[in-house]
Design a protein around this ligand. Structure first.
Ligand code: PEP
Ligand code: MG
Length: 553
């Protein structure tokens, strides 16, 4: 507070919020409650949920950061700070990390093939992409720092170099990136690890006491699922099954499935994949200890999985008994002009029902095994069909799921409940939610795609022009990070209003990236969602935001 006293009179000149670290904010809130100055609800409302990020991820050493000037800026796509040597491929990230090096993976963009390299890196920097493109979504899931969409980088991946702000960077040069601000720094800025103090647990317990919205997590590996449970997740709201196919041992069978000419060939490849899927799901259920798990069926366009390296193409040709030429023709045939609006989501199950059959078997047989191992848990797997735009699509896929699931359950000799629901991520699904609700046990809003398709903005490319929209005051925020309540939100509200009267038992959640954004969480509370689902490290943020929404409303 700034004040002055003149002629015996006190003048208050100005006040400003005292800056505090997240840890200090938690300590102050707890002390104020202990001293009887604030109620628990008031204490919960005092803390900015976004600041919790600093408690959960490494940060730059404050003194070293003061002396540094950013060399460039991208989108702060996954929080935390990272410092390491530049590498240009996922394989190198793995190799260097195995030698004990800290690395930052710099790519034009990442694809599902890069997952193991992304895991090995301290941080990820991409030239292209937005807040819901592959690098951003996967890095947030892993809790790894990521700066995406830095269009100022002139990339030369082939020669392992790039230019930024007039400087040429090579493999092995040090770089530091801040996934909260999006800043990129030349050289090394030391980082300090995250520490969670005792007050964190107290404030989180108060948040849980007052919130009504449940918080689930988006997780595809037992490791992420366990982390999310530690951070308070009450279930999995989205398991993206495609992320499970990229390990060395699995991708070969998956590629055989894609490059099959006949149903028999495809079924033979799927037979090889089934045990992996089933064991993955068993591990996920185990990690969740009986809490609900939503498993989404295969979603991305198949071209994302095909080999690009000559050696891999040859290997696949051999395994398939086909010529290299034939495999290349199949790959060329998978090319699409608009893959995000192409042969993906439930369209894969419509054209290749055998994929849905295999995934149903894996979900149900895994649940049967875990139910037998833990009779006290009430297993009820939730199968989620992506990219539905018409109730008849859902009916078609659901029939395959129900026939397969019921046969497996009957053969097992135990009783098992399961649910079949749908993502609402295409505007037409929202507009016809009353019809779709008749066939769905649950709705889950896929607001990444729903935002993409409502705005007509590509989630992977819009970063290129959105800054001009902020400068010209056409948009205030990135709609892929903060839910557009007026447009996308209206479609969500409409879906609930249309769907719930038809099927009052249906539960409703959100699993787009907005599920971990505090302002969006408040909106989800207001429109009556049952849960939000977000990446593991955003679970505490969502818990606090949900409590604040309940308290303020
Ligand atoms: C979504 O579209 O919001 C979603 C959760 O699915 P994905 O990001 O995998 O398309
Ligand atoms: Mg989607």
């Amino acid at each position: 507070m700034e004040f002055t006293v003149e002629h015996g009179k006190l003048y208050m000149l100005q006040t400003r919020n005292g800056k505090r670290t997240a840890q200090a904010a938690l300590k102050i809130a707890c002390d104020l409650v202990d001293e009887g100055m604030r109620t628990e609800q008031e204490a919960v409302a005092m803390i900015d949920p976004r600041n919790l990020d600093t408690l959960l991820h490494p940060q730059f050493d404050a003194a070293a950061l003061k002396a540094a000037t950013p060399a460039g800026k991208g989108l702060g796509a996954s929080p935390g700070a990272a410092c390491g040597k530049i590498v240009f491929s996922a394989e190198e990230a793995e190799e260097w990390a195995a030698k004990g090096e800290k690395v930052v993976l710099v790519r034009l963009e990442t694809s599902p093939e890069d997952i193991t390299g992304m895991k090995a890196a301290q941080g990820i920097l991409t030239v292209r992409g937005g807040m819901t493109s592959h690098a951003a979504v996967v890095a947030r899931g892993m809790g790894t720092c990521c700066v995406s969409g830095c269009g100022d980088i002139a990339m030369d991946e082939e020669n392992k170099r790039f230019t930024l702000a007039g400087k040429e960077y090579h493999e092995g040069d040090y770089i530091s990136i801040d996934g909260t601000t999006g800043n990129i720094y030349d050289g090394r800025i030391p980082t300090v690890d995250a520490t969670i103090a005792g007050e964190f647990g107290r404030v989180m317990a108060w948040a849980d006491k007052y919130r009504t919205l449940k918080v689930r997590t988006n997780a595809d590996t037992p490791r992420d699922a366990k982390k999310a449970r530690e951070l308070g997740a009450e279930g999995i709201g989205l398991c993206r099954t495609e992320h499970m196919f990229f390990e060395e041992s699995r991708i070969a069978a998956f590629r055989e499935m894609i490059c099959s000419d006949t149903v028999e060939e495809r079924e033979a490849a799927l037979e090889k994949i089934l045990p992996y899927q089933q064991s993955d799901f068993e591990q996920l259920y185990e990690a969740l200890e009986g809490y609900p798990v939503t498993i989404r069926f295969l979603d991305p366009p198949l071209h994302e999985f095909v080999p690009t390296e000559e050696a891999d193409i040859e290997k696949l040709a051999q395994a398939q008994g086909k010529t290299v030429e034939e495999i290349k023709n199949i790959i060329a045939g998978l090319h699409e002009f608009n893959p995000m609006m192409g042969h993906r989501g439930c369209r894969l199950a419509v054209t290749y029902p055998e994929i849905a059959r295999m995934q149903t078997k894996a979900v149900i047989c895994a649940a049967i095994n875990v139910q037998k191992a833990h009779p006290d848990w009430k297993m009820k797997p939730e199968i989620m069909i992506p990219l539905i735009c018409d109730v008849k699509e859902l009916k078609y896929v659901k029939k395959i799921v129900v026939e397969t699931a019921d046969a497996e359950i009957a053969a097992s000799g135990i009783a098992l409940d399961y649910e079949v629901g749908t993502m609402i991520e295409i505007p037409r699904a929202a507009l016809t939610a009353d019809e779709i609700a008749k066939e769905a046990d649950f709705f889950c809003f896929g607001t990444n795609d729903l935002t993409q398709m409502t705005f007509g903005f590509s989630r992977d490319d819009s970063g290129k022009f959105l800054s001009a929209y902020y400068d010209r005051k056409i948009l205030e925020n990135d709609p892929f990070a903060k839910l557009d309540q007026n447009g996308v939100g209206k479609l969500m509200e409409m879906s609930i209003k249309l769907g719930k009267p038809v099927n009052p038992k249906m539960h409703v959640g959100i699993c787009g990236e907005h599920g971990g954004d505090p302002a969006s969480v408040e909106f989800c509370h207001k429109i009556g969602l049952d849960y939000v689902s977000c990446s593991p490290f955003r679970v505490p943020i969502a818990r606090l935001a949900a409590a604040q929404a309940a308290i303020s409303n």
